[in-house]
Design a protein around this ligand. Structure first.
Ligand SMILES: O=C(CO)[C@H](O)[C@H](O)COP(=O)(O)O
Length: 232
């Protein structure tokens, strides 16, 4: 028998297609950012067209707004929607407690605000994202531009190996809110709760990419074609 081996992108697509079944007519839906979230947006648009669902969507980035609008989904600014019923987003890493790291696509600030305002948060990932511990991974920190070189030195002095996220042109990446991203390394023995709190206390830090106690459900597409769902 031939083994069914899905690529990483096919695993993401599988997770997205599974998540889209959770959306109900009339829902206010938060749309995440990244390649997996883009699969979800496409699957959602297909379902809306096939079944005539009436949805209200809000997004976590300008990129996702552009994609969703191009597919005919009704997108409104967060300020104009009532509480979000469910947000579906990707993740860079997720652990067995459903804590995770986000911001690989530099949208962590808007992603966290949208998640905070959502009744339910579902993450969709390929199997490589599921890890026993988040320690050792890269963590994005969104900082205001003013004074950011000094902040970067402060993070370096604490042994966090910071570096500014750059664009393809080697310029500092600027987020949808006009900030920079400094990627740091989570120390091997760090307490995630303490690290998150310490980063958020720093002057100039706007948000950091540890999403703790936020995700309610993770849907993971696997290379063998199966889907595993973990619920908090
Ligand atoms: O947090 C994110 C964007 O800020 C993404 O959800 C995360 O980076 C996963 O991306 P992808 O689905 O492309 O693997």
């Amino acid at each position: 028998m031939t083994e069914h081996v899905l690529t990483q992108d096919q695993q993401k697509q599988l997770a997205a297609q599974t998540a889209v079944q959770y959306i109900q007519d009339g829902d206010v839906v938060g749309l995440g950012t990244g390649s997996t979230a883009a699969h979800f947006v496409r699957a959602l648009s297909d379902r809306v067209q096939a079944e005539g669902l009436h949805l209200t969507c809000t997004t976590t980035s300008n990129r996702t707004t552009a994609l969703a609008q191009s597919l005919g989904l009704p997108v409104y600014p967060l300020e104009q929607v009532a509480t979000i019923d469910v947000t579906v987003d990707g993740a860079d890493q997720v652990d067995p407690a459903l804590n995770g790291i986000k911001g690989g696509g530099a949208a962590l600030l808007h992603e966290k605000v949208v998640a905070h305002n959502s009744k339910r948060n579902i993450w969709i990932t390929d199997e490589s994202k599921y890890q026993p511990k988040l320690n050792g991974y890269s963590l994005p920190v969104e900082v205001i531009q003013f004074g950011s070189e000094h902040l970067c030195k402060e993070l370096a002095a604490e042994g966090l190996a910071p570096h500014f996220r750059l664009t393809e042109n080697e310029t500092k990446l600027v987020t949808d809110s006009g900030n920079y991203i400094i990627d740091i390394k989570i120390p091997a023995e760090a307490s995630l709760t303490e690290l998150a709190a310490a980063l958020e206390m720093k002057v100039g830090v706007v948000e950091q990419g540890l999403f703790l106690n936020i995700c309610d459900q993770v849907i993971i597409g696997h290379a063998d074609g199966t889907v595993k769902t973990l619920t908090r």
